[in-house]
Design a protein around this ligand. Structure first.
Ligand code: IMP
Length: 198
């Protein structure tokens, strides 16, 4: 029997949606553990004004606490007609305690009467691996629909229609979303890097 050494990485998240998505994408050579798996319970600072800055800030924080290989991600939805808003503030667009529905309702209201509904999701992943820092970006372009539809996914999925598809992120199977999504693409770059370096 082959014994395969698993490569342990901390993913700086407690978001179960993201953990599930990332585990659906990652190869089994890696043992990805969450913050709660590591007993890290405090809020991780996320005060930068770019998604790259936030991802790096979170990864550095975890690295300073554990000294272990780790990565963190940050995502923003950038809407052209709104000058890139909500961007780095996507989670809090409609306020600190905003629900996904609150955020989508605010977005639909802000786009009312506008013809240009182009948008993109961008994910930045910051990796600290063997003491060095790396950044990976993933992006998916699409349009903001006029109303919410679909039951799957999370966040802005019910209003985001990726270019080239007739189903939005909340309607399509998770497997397809993971293949084409901002996070899926950023994770593929992360995995490509790790496969070459371990
Ligand atoms: P985070 O940096 O991954 O926590 O993402 C910030 C915010 O962007 C989330 O609270 C969601 O509102 C939104 N978001 C991130 N990823 C997705 C996605 O895959 N679909 C829809 N919304 C997302």
């Amino acid at each position: 029997m082959n014994f395969v050494m698993k490569n342990k990485l901390i993913f700086a998240t407690n978001n179960q949606h993201k953990l599930r998505e990332i585990n659906e994408i990652l190869s089994r050579d890696f043992d990805v553990v969450s913050l709660s798996d590591m007993n890290i319970r405090e809020e991780i600072p996320e005060t930068a004004d770019t998604i790259e800055g936030n991802a790096l800030q979170k990864a550095r924080y975890i690295y300073s606490k554990t000294g272990l290989n780790c990565f963190a991600d940050d995502t923003g939805l950038e809407v052209n007609a709104l000058g890139g808003v909500p961007g780095v503030y996507s989670a809090r667009y409609a306020g600190e305690a905003a629900s996904f529905d609150d955020n989508m309702d605010k977005l639909l209201a802000a786009l009312e009467g506008k013809n240009n509904r182009k948008a993109c999701f961008r994910t930045a992943i910051a990796l600290i691996y063997e003491k060095k820092e790396y950044l990976f970006e993933g992006r998916v372009d699409g349009t903001i629909m006029h109303e919410k539809t679909g039951e799957g996914g999370f966040g802005y999925d019910p209003v985001f229609l990726p270019d080239g598809f007739s189903e939005n992120f909340a309607q399509m199977p998770a497997k397809i979303k993971n293949e084409i999504s901002h996070r899926g693409r950023a994770v593929k770059k992360l995995i490509g890097f790790l496969n070459d370096h371990h």
